[in-house]
Design a protein around this ligand. Sequence first.
Ligand SMILES: [Zn+2]
Length: 139
Amino acid sequence: MNPLICPVCKNALIEAISSYRCEQNHVFDKARSGYVNLLLPNRKHSKEPGDNKEMVKNREAFLTKGYYTKISDLLNQEIARASSRDMNILDVGCGNGYYLRRLKQNLNKPSDCWGVDISKEAINLAAKKQTISIGLLAI
Ligand SMILES: [Zn+2]
């Protein structure tokens, strides 16, 4: 199920091939990597909000070395124990999608994983790595 709502009018967003659209025809195009930008221009308070490309690259390099693997494993165990059926999972501030990607790989149940981040570079990387059902640049 698609839980997205239009940031302009709050109606449900319907997924099309290359965009999301509400019944009032507010359209949000999907990026090639798969994320959609729901951050309205009047809510964007800097040219490049969130982590920049270098920060995202460095964070990815650090996380792939495994320093936070135990934290991620514990999180995955708790979520698996707490859930009993299909669920939507939202990672607010998902960054490059490291935790969500590992969670998705470890879940025995089908779940929709959603990631939200203010950084275009981070959400783009998360979407490219297919961490998430959809990446959102929003809030
Ligand atoms: Zn709308």
